[in-house]
Write a protein that binds this ligand. Structure first.
Ligand code: SF4
Length: 351
């Protein structure tokens, strides 16, 4: 690892870094670092660049975020998806508002929803700790520079990536190294078709010299794809409101959606169970199906429609009525279900 130095990386970064609203001078406000890192976990930086200022306009401080309701925080994540992040961020804000910010990565990682990468990033960018945040970008760069025959998330490669970044900050003790590594991985040493011709480390890169930069890290073994089938029930009352039920288990914990059955068995029977739980007497009829992805899982959802009830057991059983417009910002699944329900209605299907 001796010939790969931090200097060329930092020189490249000073010229080519992208300007983002969270990239302010160090040390940064820990709240802003946290919000940016949480948003960047599963959303492209260009999209976060648009939604980050909007979120901060709504919740300019951690205390205001902590004082908000969970529904308000989830609604402010509209457009980002993966709403579990919003709920964990809210819990974390409440804990920090009550006890203050821990300053080290080893303490930060104990906060709700805070993984080792985010803890190290907040500790580095806000508090100047130089423990490397190890993510997929850093692992991929390390695998290629040193031709490491490991898959991306292997403990061996993570340890090598950590050691490599530590060596870089030992000679240039600034958290900017970490941000430059993230930027190199996001814009030059990308998963497919790395731009080796413009890479500041090309002359020292073993994978590039070997002529096969994309061969590292090793491909992940093929994962067997589960395709579970969920059943959803669409019920609309005379006022145009939709029957919703709050989900009480991951992966969509806390979201209000049309009642869902996520178990196994005959779909018609499962739809009938949902109808029974909602106090409906009508037998639901199938109106169509859709595909949805939740993290890495592909799911088929069968949508049934049932006539509105004479009386629904509302809040007590976790049901409530809401206008479709209140439903849409909270989940892309809700949006797809609403579109399918309205398409089927336009075609004149039952009821
Ligand atoms: S030379 Fe190519 S493969 Fe090697 S670190 Fe740079 S971009 Fe990645």
């Amino acid at each position: 690892m001796s010939s790969v130095e931090a200097g060329p990386l930092l020189a490249w970064f000073s010229q080519h870094r992208r300007r983002f609203p969270w990239r302010t001078p160090f040390p940064r406000d820990p709240y802003l670092v946290l919000v940016a890192e949480v948003m960047l976990q599963q959303t492209q930086a260009s999209r976060v660049a648009v939604l980050f200022p909007r979120f901060l306009e709504r919740f300019p401080t951690l205390d205001l975020l902590a004082a908000a309701s969970e529904d308000e925080v989830v609604a402010a994540f509209a457009g980002l998806g993966y709403y579990r992040r919003a709920r964990l961020l809210h819990r974390l804000a409440r804990e920090v508002a009550a006890r203050g910010w821990p300053r080290s990565s080893s303490e930060l990682v104990r906060l709700p929803g805070m993984g080792p990468y985010t803890a190290a990033a907040v500790a580095a960018f806000a508090f100047g700790e130089l423990t490397p945040p190890v993510d997929g970008n850093l692992c991929r760069i390390t695998a290629r520079l040193f031709a490491v025959n490991s898959v991306l998330r292997s403990p061996t490669l993570s340890a090598q990536a950590h050691a490599f970044a530590r060596k870089l900050v030992a000679t240039h003790p600034t958290p900017e190294i970490f941000e430059a590594l993230m930027e190199l991985g996001a814009t030059v040493c990308t998963p497919q078709q790395p731009q080796c011709a413009i890479c500041p480390w090309a002359t020292h890169c073993a994978a590039f010299r070997g002529g096969k930069p994309s061969a590292f890290p090793l491909p992940q073994p093929a994962r067997t794809k589960e395709t579970p089938t969920w059943v959803a029930l669409w019920v609309e009352n005379a006022a145009g409101e939709v029957l919703l039920r709050q989900l009480t288990e991951p992966p969509l914990l806390g979201l209000w959606l049309p009642p869902l059955h996520r178990g196994d068995g005959d779909p018609q029977y499962r739809a009938a169970i949902l109808a029974q739980e909602a106090g409906l007497v009508a037998n639901p009829s199938l109106v169509g199906s859709l595909r949805h992805h939740i993290t890495h899982r592909r799911i088929t959802v069968l949508l049934f429609r049932a006539a509105p009830p004479l009386g629904v057991r509302e809040e007590a059983n976790g049901f409530r009525w809401a206008s479709p417009s209140a439903l849409l910002p909270t989940s892309s699944l809700a949006e797809k279900l609403a579109r399918l329900a309205h398409r089927s209605r336009a075609k004149g299907e039952a009821p």
